[in-house]
Structures are given as structure tokens and as C-alpha cells.
Design a protein around this ligand. Structure first.
Ligand SMILES: NC(=O)c1ccc[n+]([C@@H]2O[C@H](COP(=O)([O-])OP(=O)(O)OC[C@H]3O[C@@H](n4cnc5c(N)ncnc54)[C@H](OP(=O)(O)O)[C@@H]3O)[C@@H](O)[C@H]2O)c1
Length: 344
């Protein structure tokens, strides 16, 4: 039976400038499902992603990765779902597709905007995480932006998160000699070393990264994979080896900050150490996706990589999952399961 309405999460208000978003800024509404037009699909969403970049998209004015969310409209983001109705000659009913219309239980999307995923090759959650955009971000950041070489020492911030946990694991498998991570809290730090393959780790809430890094990487850092900016970036700048590389992936420590800090003054360290700092947006590097998917699907099959995720059930808890992730409530990819009959 094809439904005619669906639950969506909408934005009621934007956060105060510089303030943290709160649950009252969002609402869950029942909305009509649009008719399926030419070359469109009706998708029943199984799972959706909550991402740090969505924090920037709540603001007015400053554009982060893509268009900002609109007041009164549903939010959007990566999701995976099963096709319930299709007007496409290419994508059949029953296919599992990845698309951009998350934050709702059903979506009508253009067939040309989705990718069909092989739900037998890996669980659907993996296609949003380690085998999806976050794993791909780690891959691009290490291989192309960080120019990882055999024997390198790599430092990763937000090391237990979606991108960070993938970056730590991939770095080792791609030949790094030593991989050091940073995360918030002693439990996460223990997991980095005991479960996630890091050689050593620091708890940035207990010790400043600038104090800890010289101890954990005494011979210096070749590649810093920056997910957080701020004091972590400063610490890395002071501990990079000559010719070191910084993959500027994201700066979550500044997404809610009222104004930016003064840390840019430390850039003289980049001069002295002949460092390359390179920012990137993963969608500019699609040419690398086939080698990424082939390699990481193999690592998943062999057990060298696991699809680490923190799953929250139900659209009514999607905002909690998002706000919790921004404060470090996740290990691995933060996902919301919208259809609990599926294993993610
Ligand atoms: N460039 C691109 O194309 C691209 C693509 C995807 C993601 N990104 C960026 O990659 C980074 C990681 O994204 P993700 O999806 O993997 O998220 P994630 O790491 O799974 O979740 C965010 C993590 O950030 C940490 N965090 C929050 N506030 C912090 C602070 N003030 N200082 C240090 N750590 C803090 C929290 O872990 P703790 O408990 O350790 O604090 C939290 O778990 C983000 O900056 C994101 O914007 C960039």
C-alpha cells in the first residue's frame, strides 16, 4: 500500500548567533507525499545520516558545504531507502538507493540523483558510513590531500567519529607506521587504542593537545587529518615534521563558536616547517570513488575494517541523534534508523 503522507523534520527557527542548537528549533510534521513525476521514485527511507555540516546549514547567511536549511521546510541530508514506486526505466521497485532526501520517512526523488547500492555486499548502514561519504572523506583526505606515504606518523582529531575512525583504520592499512588519535573522554580514548587500531591517543578534555602531542609523536607528525580545527590544529602545527601535510577536512570546534579564534597567528609554523595545508570538499574528488569502494568493500569482507556506528531508532529521535553527535555522543557513524525492520 503506497502511503499518501509522511513524517518529516522541519526547521522552526535558527539558533542564536554563536549558540548551540536546541531541540525546540525543530518540529516533526505530517506532510503530503508529492505525486511521483516523470523519472522519479518514491523511496521508503531505511536510515539517514546526521552530520556536523548540518550545524552550519542551520545558520542564515554563511554557506558551508551546500545550501542552508529553510525555515518551515524539511531538513535534508544523506539517506538510504527502498524504492516503493518507480517511474524510471533504470531503477526498479525494490531497489535500495542512496539519496539526499533524509529527515523524512518517505521521499520523492529524481532517479538521476540517486545511486543504487548493493545491500547484499554490505549492510545499508555501511553505505552511509565507512563505505559511504564519511569513509570516502577519510580516503580522499589521506590519499590525495594528505599524500600519505609508507612509514608516516599520522595524527587524527575527532578520531572516534565517523571520518576519524575510518581515517585511523585506513591510515594503518595504507602503510602508516604510527597513528595517534584525539577524542573527548577516557572511554573513547580507551576504545581508540583497544578497538580502533590507534597506537596511542589523547583525551583533549583532560590534557591540551599541545602538551600531549610531543609525548605521543616524539619524532613529529607527517600527516595531520584535521576534523576539528582550533587547539588541535595549533598543536599539529607545532609538531609537524619538515614537509608535513595537513588535510583540512572540517573544524567542528568552531561551528557553534561566536566568531573565529586567533589561532591563525600560529601559521608561521607552516612556513618554518615547509608544511602544506590543503582544504578539501569530498564531492570534488568523485574520480577516486571506484578505487575507494573496491578497496574498502574488500577490507570489510576480510574483517580488516568494521562498519562502526551509533544507531538511534525513530524519526522522533533524529534531532536528539544530531545534537548528541555534535557533543560527542557517537562512536563511528551517527545514524538514525527510520525503518526498524531493517538491520543497519
Ligand atoms: N571536507 C569534507 O568534505 C567533509 C565531509 C564530511 C565530514 N567533514 C568534516 O569532518 C569532521 C568529522 O565529521 P564526522 O561526520 O565524522 O563527525 P563525527 O566525528 O562522527 O562527529 C563529530 C565529533 O566531533 C567531536 N567534537 C565535537 N566538538 C568538538 C570540539 N570542540 N573539539 C574536538 N572535537 C569535537 C565529537 O567527538 P569527541 O567526543 O571526541 O569530542 C563528535 O563525536 C567534521 O568537521 C565534518 O564537518 C568534512
Amino acid at each position: 500500500m503506497i502511503p499518501t503522507t509522511t513524517r518529516v523534520v522541519t526547521l522552526l527557527e535558527r539558533p542564536q548567533r554563536g549558540g548551540d542548537p536546541t531541540p525546540d528549533l525543530f518540529a516533526i510534521e505530517e506532510r503530503p507525499i508529492p505525486a511521483v513525476g516523470p523519472d522519479q521514485l518514491l523511496v521508503h527511507n531505511i536510515a539517514m545520516s546526521v552530520d556536523p555540516s548540518m550545524r552550519g546549514r542551520l545558520d542564515v547567511g554563511e554557506k558551508h558545504y551546500t545550501t542552508n536549511f529553510q525555515i518551515g521546510e524539511p531538513l535534508d541530508g544523506s539517506a538510504i531507502g527502498e524504492v516503493l514506486a518507480s517511474d524510471s526505466s533504470e531503477i526498479a521497485v525494490g531497489s535500495v538507493v542512496r539519496h539526499r532526501a533524509g529527515w523524512r520517512e518517505h521521499a520523492v526523488v529524481d532517479a538521476s540523483s540517486v545511486s543504487v547500492v548493493d545491500a547484499d555486499a554490505a549492510a545499508v548502514g555501511a553505505w552511509l558510513g565507512v563505505l559511504g561519504q564519511t569513509g570516502f572523506t577519510a580516503w580522499v583526505g589521506l590519499r590525495r590531500i594528505g599524500e600519505l606515504h609508507d612509514g608516516d606518523t599520522v595524527f587524527v582529531s575527532a578520531a572516534a567519529g565517523a571520518v576519524g575512525s575510518a581515517a585511523g583504520r585506513f591510515a594503518k592499512l595504507l602503510g602508516a607506521a604510527r597513528v595517534v588519535g584525539s577524542a573527548g573522554g577516557s572511554d573513547k580514548v580507551a576504545r581508540l587504542v583497544n578497538d580502533l587500531g590507534y597506537d596511542d591517543a589523547l583525551d583533549y578534555r583532560a590534557e591540551s593537545p599541545r602538551d600531549a602531542l610531543p609525548r605521543l609523536a616524539p619524532d613529529g607528525v607527517d600527516v595531520y587529518f584535521d576534523n576539528v580545527g582550533g587547539p588541535h590544529l595549533v598543536a599539529a602545527l607545532h609538531n609537524l615534521r619538515i614537509g608535513g601535510r595537513v588535510a583540512l577536512c572540517g573544524m567542528i570546534s568552531q561551528y557553534s563558536a561566536d566568531g573565529r579564534g586567533q589561532d591563525i597567528n600560529h601559521l608561521i609554523e607552516a612556513v618554518l616547517r615547509r608544511v602544506t595545508l590543503r582544504g578539501f570538499i569530498v564531492r570534488d574528488h568523485e574520480d577516486m570513488r571506484p578505487e575507494f569502494e573496491k578497496t574498502v568493500a574488500g577490507w570489510l569482507r576480510s574483517g580488516e575494517v568494521e562498519a562502526l556506528q551509533t544507531v538511534t531508532d525513530g524519526i522522533e529521535h533524529a534531532v536528539d541523534a544530531f545534537l548528541g553527535m555534535l557533543k560527542g555522543g557517537n562512536v563511528g557513524k551517527a545514524l538514525v534508523r527510520l525503518d526498524t525492520s531493517w538491520t543497519v
